[in-house]
Design a binder for this molecule. Structure first.
Ligand code: URP
Ligand code: ZN
Ligand code: ZN
Length: 473
C-alpha cells in the first residue's frame, strides 16, 4: 500500500519546505516536488504541516506506587499519546529488591506486548545495585536496551549511592549505553519530611516544601561532577529549576556531556497550585516550582541548553473512590485520596502525555519562543537521537519509518477531562485553549488517529531495538 501526501509543509529538524511525501508500506521512500501518483492513495495536505511522529522519552504506565498503580496502562497511555501526535513512547522497567534487571525487563515486556498501540521501548531502572547487576548490564544492549536510570532520591526504595552511580556510569560508558538520572537530594528530603510530619504538617503543599529547589541544584552539581570524573555522558530527567539548569550549563561549558529534559508541568504550573483545594493533583516529584523557574526552563528550551521535552506522564485518579466511565465501563483505581491525611502517601505523578505537542506548539511556537525546527527537535528528533532511534524515528527522511503527523496549525482545541483520552478523572490544563493539533496520525504508514476517531489497535505497537553509542547533544 502506498500513500502520497500531496503538497504539505514538510517540517524536520533542518527545515520546512512544501513538498510531496511518498510512503510505500511502512517507510517513507521519497520527498520531492510533483511526485507521480502511480497506484498511491493521495492525501491532500494543502494548509497542513507534516511533522515526524512525536517521540516521548519519559512515561510511566501501570507503575506501582504506594498502595496503587499509575492509572494508564500501555494501551490507554499509548492511545492518548497518539491522539496528541506521539507515536513512540519510552517508559521504565521497575527492579524489585534482590531481583535481576532481566526479571524486570521480562515483566515489562510481557505486560506491554499485547497492549502497545504505538512503538515503544524501556529504560532500565537500576535501584538495587550489586556485583550481579554489574555483570548483567553489558548483556542489555543485545536486547536493544541501551539506557539505564538511577535515582538520588527515594531513599531506601529507589536510590543507590554515589559510589554505585559512579560504577553504573563506568559500565554504561564501556558498553555504549547512556545513564539517565532523577535528581533530588534524598537525605535532605527525608529529614525535612520527618520534621514536617512531627510538627503536624500533612497538607499537599508540604510535598513541595520538603523537596526544596536548592536540593535539586546541589544534587545535580554532585551528579555532574561524578559524570565528569567518570568521563561519562549523563541525561538528567525532568529538570525543574533555574538552579539545576545553571549547573548543567556550567558543566556543558567545561565540556561535560550532560543533557537534560524538562516537562510541560514545569513550564506552566508552580508550587502555589499545591495550595488549591485539589492540591494533591499537583503532587509530582520533583515538585512544581516558581514562575521564575518556569521562565528559565522556557529560555533553556529556546536557547538549546535543554535537549528534550518529555512528560513524565504518571497519572493517578484524583478520587479513586468514585467510579468514572472509561471505554464504556465503570472504573475506580485508588489515587490521590490515599494521601488525604498525609502528604507522603499521595501518589506522585501527573497526567500529561496527550498534551505535550499541542502545549509546546501553542505556547512555544505560536508564542514566538520556539522555531518550528526547535519544536521538532525537542519533541521528536532529539529524543530519537539521544536514545538510539534516529533516523528510523524522529525525522522525515527517505528510509525513516512513516510515522507522520498531519498537523493543522489552525485547529483549535479546548483541553478538558471530557475530551481527554488519558485514563484519569481530572485534567490539569482544564480549559486551556490550544491552537495547532493533529488531524491525522500515522504509525509506520498505518492511520491510527483520524480527527477524533481511533483506528489503532492494541498489539500494533512494536518493541524497538535501540542502538548503542547514540548521539550526545
Ligand atoms: O512524580 C513523579 N514524577 N512520578 C513518577 C516517578 C518519577 O520519579 O519519575
Ligand atoms: Zn523521576
Ligand atoms: Zn518519571
Amino acid at each position: 500500500m502506498s500513500i502520497l501526501f500531496r503538497g504539505g509543509a514538510v517540517a524536520t529538524e533542518i527545515e520546512t519546505k512544501i513538498a510531496d511525501l511518498l510512503v510505500i508500506g511502512d517507510k517513507i521512500t521519497t520527498i520531492g516536488v510533483d511526485l507521480p501518483v502511480l497506484d498511491a492513495k493521495v492525501v491532500d495536505c494543502d494548509g497542513l504541516i507534516l511533522l515526524p511522529g512525536g517521540v516521548e522519552p519519559h512515561a510511566h504506565f501501570s507503575l506501582p506506587m504506594f498502595d496503587t498503580i499509575s492509572s494508564d496502562n500501555h494501551f490507554t497511555g499509548h492511545r492518548a499519546a497518539a491522539f496528541g501526535g506521539t507515536t513512540t513512547v519510552m517508559d521504565f522497567t521497575s527492579q524489585s529488591p534482590g531481583d535481576s534487571l532481566q526479571q524486570s525487563i521480562d515483566l515489562s515486556r510481557s505486560k506491554a506486548a499485547e497492549m502497545a498501540a504505538v512503538d515503544y521501548s524501556f529504560h532500565v531502572n537500576v535501584t538495587d545495585f550489586s556485583d550481579n547487576i554489574e555483570r548483567e548490564i553489558p548483556r542489555l544492549p543485545s536486547q536493544g536496551l541501551t539506557t539505564l536510570k538511577v535515582f538520588t532520591a527515594y531513599n531506601g526504595r529507589l536510590r543507590i549511592s554515589n559510589e554505585e552511580i559512579s560504577k553504573v556510569l563506568h559500565i554504561a560508558t564501556e558498553n555504549g549505553m547512556l545513564v539517565m538520572i532523577h535528581i533530588e537530594d534524598g537525605d535532605e528530603i527525608d529529614s525535612l519530611v520527618e520534621r514536617a510530619l512531627s510538627d503536624g504538617y500533612t497538607a499537599p503543599i508540604w510535598h513541595a516544601r520538603t523537596r526544596p529547589a536548592h536540593g535539586e541544584a546541589l544534587a545535580g552539581r554532585r551528579a555532574i561532577e561524578i559524570a565528569e570524573s567518570s568521563k561519562a555522558s549523563l541525561y538528567i530527567v525532568h529538570i525543574t529549576t533555574a538552579g539545576l539548569l545553571n549547573q548543567i550549563n556550567s558543566g556543558r561549558k567545561r565540556g561535560v556531556s550532560v543533557m537534560s529534559e524538562t516537562c510541560p508541568q514545569y513550564l506552566f504550573f508552580t508550587e502555589e497550585d499545591l495550595l488549591k483545594p485539589d492540591g494533591a493533583n499537583w503532587v509530582c516529584s520533583p515538585p512544581l516550582r516558581t514562575v521564575d523557574d518556569n521562565e528559565a526552563l522556557w529560555q533553556g528550551l529556546s536557547d538549546g541548553s535543554i535537549q528534550t521535552v518529555g512528560t513524565d506522564h504518571c497519572p493517578f485518579f484524583a478520587d479513586g473512590e468514585t467510579a468514572i466511565e472509561y471505554d464504556g465501563q465503570q472504573l475506580t483505581i485508588p489515587g490521590k485520596e490515599l494521601g488525604k491525611s498525609d502528604f507522603t502517601r499521595i501518589p506522585n505523578g501527573l497526567p500529561s502525555i496527550e498534551h505535550r505537542m499541542s502545549l509546546l506548539w501553542t505556547f512555544g511556537v505560536s508564542a514566538g519562543k520556539l522555531s518550528v525546527q526547535r519544536f521538532v527537535e525537542l519533541t521528536a528528533t532529539n529524543p530519537a537521537r539521544i536514545f538510539g532511534l534516529y533516523p528510523r524515528k524522529g525525522t522525515l527522511l527517505p528510509g525513516s519509518d512513516a510515522d507522520i503527523i498531519l498537523w493543522d496549525p489552525s485547529r483549535k482545541h479546548t483541553i478538558g477531562v471530557t475530551s481527554s483520552h488519558m485514563r484519569t478523572d481530572h485534567e490539569l490544563w482544564e480549559g486551556f485553549e490550544v491552537e495547532g493539533y493533529p488531524v491525522q496520525v500515522y504509525l509506520r504508514g498505518c492511520l491510527l488517529v483520524d480527527g477524533d476517531k481511533w483506528l489503532g489497535k492494541a498489539g500494533f505497537g512494536q518493541f524497538l531495538h535501540r542502538q548503542t553509542n547514540a548521539q550526545v547533544l
